[in-house]
Design a protein around this ligand. Structure first.
Ligand SMILES: Nc1ncnc2c1ncn2[C@@H]1O[C@H](COP(=O)(O)OP(=O)(O)OP(=O)(O)O)[C@@H](O)[C@H]1O
Ligand SMILES: [Mg+2]
Length: 244
């Protein structure tokens, strides 16, 4: 299902952050958005996830199958939003816990598998307060991957991770979300380029989306890929131009 956000706008204290913004998310593709802090990336993502509760943030969402998007989005917030009174495993199983009376053995097994895949198989019973920031982010990623939704929206999903875990979990997400429509916000150009079919920059005031950069080849791409490194240079220049 293709998804289209139309005529998005955000005003904040007399200031127009963005207006008349359109964003296309082609079915089964991974789209990433980069841009300066405060430019409005999280707000755009929240609009798509249907959690924008601010009257100054608005837009229209169209799905190619004609049905509403509501209930078909998995959202990973910029903050991990783990529930402190639940174990890490129960946080991962949250979608199942909310929609059913009882979690099935298969769902519990999938939850354990995902925790193991994010390197936290031995922390299933731990509370979020017993985990580091990066570990908490990995639980939030596992929780997002657990939800079986056609659109997956992730706001800086790997930002708190060390370099090696970051690459490993990028690979895991690429593998598990291969058939999904994905929108990812990131500040890391290489991350966007190795995972995405389309990379956009949100920039300016009011902010506009640039034409997409289309990295070639199947994701996840190697960080040694020369074409990728060249695109990284171009993307950094684009971002730096914005900062100047
Ligand atoms: N409740 C609020 N509190 C503070 N700022 C707000 C609020 N609502 C809207 N804004 C404004 O909205 C703009 C966009 O914020 P948003 O969180 O979408 O940016 P962002 O691009 O995700 O930034 P970052 O990269 O730092 O996460 C900011 O410039 C901010 O001033
Ligand atoms: Mg943000």
């Amino acid at each position: 299902m293709d998804i289209r956000l139309e005529n998005a706008s955000l005003h904040w204290q007399q200031h127009c952050v963005f207006r008349e913004l359109d964003l296309e998310l082609p079915a089964g593709q991974w789209t990433s958005i980069l841009g300066q802090s405060g430019v409005g990336k999280s707000s755009l993502l929240q609009l798509l996830c249907g959690i924008a509760d601010d009257a100054d943030l608005s837009g229209t969402i169209q799905c190619s199958d004609g049905k509403p998007l509501s209930g078909r989005v998995a959202w990973m917030a910029q903050d991990d939003l783990l529930l402190p009174w639940l174990s890490t495993l129960d946080n991962v199983l949250l979608a199942a816990r909310l929609s059913q009376r009882q979690v099935t053995p298969e769902q519990r097994e999938l939850g354990h598998y995902l925790l193991t895949q994010v390197g936290l198989g031995d922390k299933a019973r731990a509370r979020p307060s017993q985990l580091s920031g990066g570990q908490r982010q990995r639980v939030a990623l596992a929780r997002t991957l657990f939800q079986d939704r056609p659109l997956v929206c992730m706001d800086e999903p790997f930002s708190a991770l060390d370099a090696i875990n970051r690459l490993r979990l990028q690979d895991l997400a690429a593998q598990l979300l291969a058939d999904r429509t994905v929108l990812m916000i990131t500040h890391d150009p290489l991350e966007a380029l190795r995972l995405s079919d389309r990379v956009l920059v949100l920039q300016g005031s009011p902010a506009r989306l640039t034409h997409p950069i289309l990295p070639r080849g199947a994701a996840p791409r190697s960080v040694r890929d020369e074409t990728l490194l060249q695109l990284q240079g171009e993307l950094l220049a684009l971002l730096a131009g914005e900062a100047a």
